[in-house]
Design a protein around this ligand. Structure first.
Ligand code: TRP
Length: 381
């Protein structure tokens, strides 16, 4: 089974992201072949600063590695290093209803919040996301509840593609959504009726993966609790319920186990136990992160190897270090898009796949950054 997920290189990652997404990626490595992508091209759908985006991409890759994603087992790469994502986006856009894109909740929310420029890329965001997953014929997509609409669109596009161009074959895999139950329930510590979030949450109510142990302790010990004194989950007790869920998630047990263990405890003891457990859970990640993040050359080398491996998945090179490769979307380009074009174009395309590429791992950052109009060029202030 093939598992794909994408993670935005924006914002500081918090405990909800970690438990709900990152830890899920890590454990999915036991179930199948993981493909994890830092989606920098999704990040440019909103106004962005190029130098900043590059830094945040390193941050994100270092967090994924520190969490335990293993580049020897999983394919770990940066989206903009593999051009097939954008190529396939264009092809799939011809199969996507405009009206449906305009009605997507995320598009409506983000475009309303946007003061400056509502880009066409923001509208096409879900098509790029569909290309990400369909390109690799992934079977499963671990994401949060907020991605449900995007997944449905992706599934419909895959079905439409197969029925129009598949010649009776399921060329594209219709992927399954796998929503993590745990992470979805991690709430803001100061306002436990809303989800822990970087964009709307309070600083005090949000535990960041890279917070110092002291800060984590302080935030958890000043978490809002409820009236009463029983340590149990109850819709009337969102603060206490949240602390129980957090403790259960970081210990990898069910919330019932925590309730029976702490049946006689007071709120203060509950908070102390959660604080200690979260510090133990995140401290090693932060230490590994610090070491990894310092070495950007090493991070680039990992990303380059990941991009190469991802391209092998596209069938650009057929047999590589990673064994025999199935035909990927490159096959789609040949069999579908170019089917209508000139026979010469077809041949040229095939040859370009075989011949050496100018930049076998995509355009190197150093080169791209030198181009004056490149989104990768450092901003000039
Ligand atoms: N849109 C996703 C998010 O905001 C990120 C993403 C991009 C993604 N491409 C993906 C998630 C492909 C899963 C699969 O979280």
């Amino acid at each position: 089974m093939r598992i794909f997920s994408g993670i935005q290189p924006t914002g500081r990652k918090h405990l909800g992201n970690y438990i709900g997404a990152i830890a899920q990626y890590v454990s999915s490595q036991e179930r199948g072949e993981g493909i994890f992508c830092v989606v920098d091209l999704h990040a440019i759908t909103l106004p962005f600063d190029p130098a900043e985006l590059r830094e945040r991409s390193y941050d994100t890759i270092a967090i994924l590695l520190a969490a335990g994603l293993d580049p020897a087992r999983s394919t770990l790469f940066r989206q903009s290093d593999v051009p097939a994502h954008t190529e396939l986006t264009w092809l799939l856009s011809s199969l996507t209803e405009l009206g449906r894109l305009q009605r997507m909740h995320q598009f409506r929310d983000k475009s309303l919040a946007q003061r400056e420029l509502v880009s066409a890329a923001l509208l096409l965001y879900p098509v790029l996301q569909a290309a990400d997953v369909l390109a690799y014929r992934a079977h499963e997509v671990p994401v949060g509840e907020d991605q449900r609409e995007h997944l449905e669109l992706m599934r419909d596009v895959a079905r439409r593609f197969n029925s129009r161009y598949g010649d009776g074959e399921d060329v594209l895999v219709v992927p399954e959504h796998r929503i993590s139950q745990v992470g979805a329930r991690i709430m803001d510590l100061q306002d436990p009726t809303s989800k822990m979030s970087t964009s709307v949450g309070s600083e005090q109510g949000t535990v960041y993966v890279l917070d110092e142990p002291k800060a984590i302790e302080k935030k958890l010990k000043s978490a809002v609790t409820d009236s009463g004194s029983d340590v149990r989950r109850d819709p009337q007790k969102p603060g206490v319920s949240n602390l129980i869920e957090i403790l259960a998630a970081v210990r990898g047990v069910g919330p019932e186990a925590i309730e029976s263990e702490l049946a006689d405890a007071r709120y203060g003891e509950l908070k102390g136990a959660v604080a200690a457990a979260v510090v133990d859970y995140l401290a090693p990640v932060r230490e590994r992160y610090d070491a990894l993040r310092r070495d950007e050359r090493a991070l680039e080398a990992i990303l380059a190897a990941g991009a190469e491996r991802a391209e092998i998945r596209f069938g650009k090179r057929h047999i590589g270090r990673f064994g025999i490769v199935e035909q990927g979307p490159d096959f789609l380009l040949k069999s579908w898009c170019l089917r209508h074009g000139s026979p010469d174009g077809n041949k040229r395309h095939e040859e370009s796949q075989r011949g050496p590429k100018a930049f076998p791992h995509g355009c190197p950052r150093e080169f791209a950054a030198r181009q004056p109009n490149s989104p990768l060029a450092p901003s000039i202030n």
